[in-house]
Design a protein around this ligand. Sequence first.
Ligand SMILES: NC(=O)c1ccc[n+]([C@@H]2O[C@H](COP(=O)([O-])OP(=O)(O)OC[C@H]3O[C@@H](n4cnc5c(N)ncnc54)[C@H](OP(=O)(O)O)[C@@H]3O)[C@@H](O)[C@H]2O)c1
Length: 282
Amino acid sequence: MILVTGANGQLGGDVCDLLRAQGKRFLGVDVDELDITDKAAVDSFFAAHPEIDSVIHCAAYTAVDKAEDDPARCYAVNAEGTKNLAKNAAHCKFLYVSTDYVFGADGDEPLETNDVKAPACVYGKTKLLGEDAVRQHCAQYFIVRTSGVFGEKNTNFIATILRLSETHEKLFVVYDQVGAPTYSRDLASLLVQMIETERYGIYHAANTGECSWAFLAETVLSLCGKSTTVVPVTSEEYDAPAKRPINSRFSFRSLDEASFSRLPPWQDAVRRYLDGQGLLKE
Ligand SMILES: NC(=O)c1ccc[n+]([C@@H]2O[C@H](COP(=O)([O-])OP(=O)(O)OC[C@H]3O[C@@H](n4cnc5c(N)ncnc54)[C@H](OP(=O)(O)O)[C@@H]3O)[C@@H](O)[C@H]2O)c1
């Protein structure tokens, strides 16, 4: 039996949809059924469900800028919440979804899984502590770092750009942070495949190719036939509350070495996402 946390979120929701479609036995929970920060509740939940043998942990505090003003809550969910699950799931396969924000890299070289971690924001620091908890308590772990997740089940960068384009003629978007966005459906498909294997380890998984946030915004607006223009700005000019890495380019060496397929190109993923919502005009 697979436990999926964050079942109402973008990624967790898609993981549950896929497991359902494949007829797999799983339990999908979100904060209303299981608040992972409540240690006693997590202990009781696992005691009541001894059939759980795998966990796909997608729940997280994901409001990156808000976390700078609410570090305690972000830490409680991402670090302590993950520890509560990992301790109870020491006998399980444990798949933890992490982030490019555990890195704080400049430069333009693809990030290898074992590159230096230097998270520059609260969210990144707490997600890295989550990774540590998983490595400490679970022997059969997969840590999958992803970036820029977009999906139908929650708001995300693309949805925000399209919403703002309704009321703005110009949008200021950073051009000096480069990585790749990730369609939650594509990632869900990899995670569901991964949990069936024993190819444990640390992986990077995003749609392939690379782009800046500004280029992604321009692409989306153009595909949707919007006239709003994108004004590219530096991270310093944009001055978001949370500092993000300049370089989020992933190396997919570990996926290749373990014979997992890379995700499709990001342009293809964005088109499928927009098309699915009837937004594609091109
Ligand atoms: N989104 C991105 O761009 C991005 C990038 C890199 C990595 N990731 C990672 O990818 C994973 C999935 O992200 P996502 O975009 O699917 O996130 P999401 O849509 O925000 O979903 C996360 C889910 O976790 C739930 N949650 C929050 N606190 C909880 C708690 N105390 N107990 C149980 N559930 C709780 C949230 O509920 P509420 O909505 O009610 O809080 C939400 O339903 C996360 O591990 C995230 O760190 C995401």
